[in-house]
Design a protein around this ligand. Structure first.
Ligand code: IYR
Length: 228
């Protein structure tokens, strides 16, 4: 193990903790995860059944394990279960969405969405037990209020969001990646600074009994990959 030093560019290591597996186990693990992920669906019919805060905390910890540019971890998660705040978010989101569906989106976008059956009515923002707003920290700050440049912010936050969605699915819960546009109102409601940009409003909970989802298909391996 290398020793700490006063050099700010010093590189300190620790032994890698790693589960080493035989080839059959590696393949079984890959298949297992693929099959598990294939059962994830974006859900819009949420039950009001509560979910313990500890579950959400644990899933956010999993998201925080994502890789990020220069390990700057340029994300912040605001978890909301307060019904009054959820109601404010619903009303603010629906206001934006009314304008979106009434024409701001443009014909091409509305046509692309038509098969998902979405509209400006967002009852899940009040019905689901948790909303998690994922913020991207566009820049950091040192102790003196100077800006610190962050690197690969959209990529890092996208990866962490994927970790979070997978953690929620693995826990046996459903989620919806909701993106009211614009979503600047979330800075104000969540009390987050200008340096942070809300990127996803993740709705989390149990699906309603008899929930329905749009009938969609995923592209097969040969269409999403090339092999060299
Ligand atoms: N934000 C809107 C519209 C919407 C946009 C895309 I791209 C989607 O994949 C789904 C919906 C809404 O949430 O209804």
């Amino acid at each position: 193990m290398s020793q700490p030093s006063d050099n700010p560019l010093a590189y300190i290591t620790e032994p890698l903790e790693f589960d080493r597996r035989d080839d059959a186990d590696v393949l079984a693990g890959a298949r297992d995860f693929r099959d598990q992920q294939a059962r994830r669906r974006t859900v819009r019919d949420f039950s009001t059944r509560p979910v313990a805060r500890e579950v959400i905390e644990t899933c956010i910890e999993a998201a925080g394990g994502a890789p990020s540019g220069a390990n700057q971890q340029p994300w912040h998660f605001v978890a909301i279960s307060d019904p009054k705040i959820k109601s404010r978010i619903r009303h603010a989101a629906e206001e934006e969405e009314r304008a979106f569906y009434a024409g701001r989106a443009g014909q091409e976008w509305l046509e692309a969405l038509a098969h998902l059956g979405t509209d400006d009515n967002k009852p899940f923002l009040e019905e689901a037990p948790w909303l998690i707003v994922i913020f991207a920290k566009r820049w950091g700050e040192d102790g003196d209020g100077h800006r610190i440049k962050h690197y690969y912010v959209p990529e890092s936050v996208g990866i962490a969001s994927g970790f979070l969605i997978s953690a929620i699915h693995r826990a046996g819960l459903a989620s919806l990646t909701h993106t009211p546009a614009p979503m600047k109102f979330l800075n104000q409601i969540c009390g987050r600074p200008e340096s942070e940009k809300p990127v996803i409003l993740l709705v989390v909970g149990h699906p309603k009994q008899d929930a329905e989802v749009p009938k969609i298909t995923k592209y097969p391996l040969r269409e999403i990959s090339s092999w060299i």
